[in-house]
Design a protein around this ligand. Structure first.
Ligand code: NAG
Ligand code: NAG
Ligand code: NAG
Ligand code: NAG
Ligand code: NAG
Ligand code: NAG
Ligand code: NAG
Length: 220
């Protein structure tokens, strides 16, 4: 009997350790954030004012890096704000590992390439600002996964294609700007599902079914 109990206990203990091990293997921490930000830095091809070159150094905590803030509770990166710093390059998909990111603002730079769909893994994101860059290509369907998004600025880029249907899932979105791009196709009906929306800017695109689509600015 004692041996049966001992065996049961050992079995329980090993299962417990196994589950803990699995949880740990998938765990992200501030080191994940550091490697995500270093991957992001490595794809920056021009930084004429040396904003990141020396500052984003592994000899200091990511939480003290310029443009980065952390949240105290989780000790993870909370915001990345690199507005108007004359940066050029593409966006590393590893940015999708900043799982506690709430604010991402890289507006008014010279970033190019595609909108990395990995950004759509940032489930806590409330504000995404890519305004005034040189992004091209489509807006990923996975955009609808960003269910806490309140502010979405994609204006003045070279984005093209349809606005994804999934945008209707952004029930907390207040502000949506996509003016001055090369978007086309119909405005999806699902836009009426966005119950928090107060502003939508669609001007200077090639949308169909909206007369005067060059000047249209809905204020709902
Ligand atoms: C982060 O987690 C990895 C394993 O996933 C571990 O090796 C590392 O020491 C952790 N770093 C910190 C700062 O906790
Ligand atoms: C990086 O910049 C921040 C903000 O300007 C500053 O507080 C910090 O000391 C700098 N770190 C290094 C290593 O230069
Ligand atoms: C961008 O930064 C430059 C100087 O670094 C400044 O002159 C300009 O006013 C800034 N633009 C905006 C829109 O903030
Ligand atoms: C983008 O790069 C061009 C030079 O290629 C420069 O004149 C311009 O100021 C840059 N714009 C921004 C917003 O950094
Ligand atoms: C970070 O992101 C990349 C690409 O999305 C992924 O392959 C990798 O497993 C992630 N790393 C961690 C530690 O989560
Ligand atoms: C963006 O569109 C403008 C206007 O058509 C064009 O001159 C420019 O080359 C495009 N840039 C990129 C990066 O595609
Ligand atoms: C929009 O709302 C309708 C009706 O409530 C629902 O059937 C549909 O799945 C929703 N779609 C999106 C993308 O939110």
């Amino acid at each position: 009997m004692v041996s049966l109990l001992t065996n049961l206990f050992l079995f329980w203990l090993s299962m417990h350790c196994f589950v803990a091990y699995l949880a740990h293997a998938n765990a992200k921490n501030i080191s994940t954030d550091q490697s995500a930000l270093l991957a992001f830095k490595s794809l920056i091809t021009s930084d004429p004012n040396d904003m990141l070159a020396n500052n984003w150094s592994t000899s200091s905590s990511v939480c003290s890096w310029v443009g980065v803030t952390c949240d105290e509770r989780h000790h993870r990166v909370h915001s990345l704000t690199l507005r108007n710093m004359s940066l050029s390059g593409t966006i590393s998909p590893k940015l999708g590992n900043l799982s506690f990111l709430v604010i991402l603002d890289i507006s008014r730079n010279n970033f190019s390439g595609q909108f990395p769909k990995e950004i759509c893994r940032l489930r806590r994101l409330k504000s995404l600002d890519l305004n005034y860059n040189w992004f091209v290509g489509g807006i990923p369907e996975a955009l609808g996964d960003l269910s806490r998004l309140q502010y979405l600025y994609l204006g003045v880029n070279n984005f093209s294609g349809f606005i994804p249907q999934s945008i209707g899932y952004l029930r907390q979105l207040i502000y949506f700007e996509i003016g001055h791009n090369k978007m086309y196709g119909p405005i999806p009906q699902t836009i009426s599902n966005m119950s928090s929306l107060k502003y939508i800017g669609l001007s200077s695109n090639y949308f169909s079914g909206t007369p005067n689509s060059n000047i249209i600015m809905f204020h709902i």
